[in-house]
Design a protein around this ligand. Sequence first.
Ligand code: C6P
Length: 400
Amino acid sequence: MRLEKYRKDFPILKIKINGKRLVYLDSAATSQKPKQVIEAITDYYQNYNANIHRSIHSLGEEATKAYEEARETVAKFINAEKPEEVIFVRNTTEALNVAAFGLRKIVSTGKILLSEMEHHSNLIPWQQLAKINNAKLDFVGFDQDGYLKIEELKQKARNAKVIAITQASNVLGTINPIKEIAEIASDAIIVVDGAQSVPHMPVDVQELDIDILAFSAHKMLGPTGIGVLYAREELLKKMEPFIFGSEMIKEVSFNNASWNDLPYKFEAGTPHIAGAVGFKAAIDYLQKIGMKNIRRHDQEITDYALKKLSKLVNIIGPKKAKDRSGLIAFTMNDVHPHDIAAILNEDGIAIRSGHHCAMPLHTKIGINASARASFYLYNTKQEIDLLVKSLEKVKRVFEK
Ligand code: C6P
């Protein structure tokens, strides 16, 4: 990885916080944006801003072309069979809601199987669906090291209608064996929360043999406000739309309406056109580096950080970097995670603290909150050294 070259593309990495150069270790919350993405969005607003799929004037056509090119880029990026299988939504959360409510008639009273490491966004939509449908909700646990209990999954998957699971946990860091899960549960609809995996590793929906994938642009160098719901074409055809209004219709009368073709059936109202343009620029940037190289870099940084941090803090999740995505959540005995984050901030280091929208997971491991450092393609080993130095300071302050 040509780290120094890439770092120059990210204007924000030059800023100072409390007089210190920013060390940004919160990419699992949202990633920073390279100038290529910022410029693509500015170019859209300055030179071809128009609504799409509505106006036949030149600007309208140019904007429509850019929006649909973004869809094609996303489809190729995850190896979807067709661009129509890519639905633009606001974020992973919206994608999972559209999926859950879109499946309500298909799932009916059947069993919905989740894991105990899910983010609220891949838990609450299914809880709500289970309540509406009077369906059963069940959970697969994880072991002491943070690995999913595959034997338990084999048992519980037998009569599941849907299995909704994260590919990479935003707290444990665990990467789940999605291909194996899809093989075990070939009769179930496999829904994958890709919020923490798609930005960090090659994800191929056909190779994984999954039915639905959700992810957000803002965690992969793109803008906020745009994300993706991928689903197989035949499933999308059967799914009910969740948001109603303009552009998602074919025929409308005062009392009735019929739905548009894919993907528009699921894209009501004016979409985030600038977002799609920026998202395409982000994917182009990631692909130039190569997702395998990004994964390798994440692993290197995580391995380095695991070794350095294990002497200082209690690390949550698998001990081996190869089984983790690029994030490490931890606790420090009696020190509150918010205090850790506040002291690190004095040194210009941005980490996240709290329950990371995974309350049941934290309850399960017997804590209320954790601190979390998360990495991306622009992070260096020197930044990990600064993190360690600052954590030593936290220890000194609280050991007094
Ligand atoms: N996790 C974190 O700091 P949205 O907010 O819709 O783009 O992504 C939701 C989401 C879904 N699943 C997982 C595994 C996630 O990690 C997230 C977002 C951020 O961990 C913000 S809470």
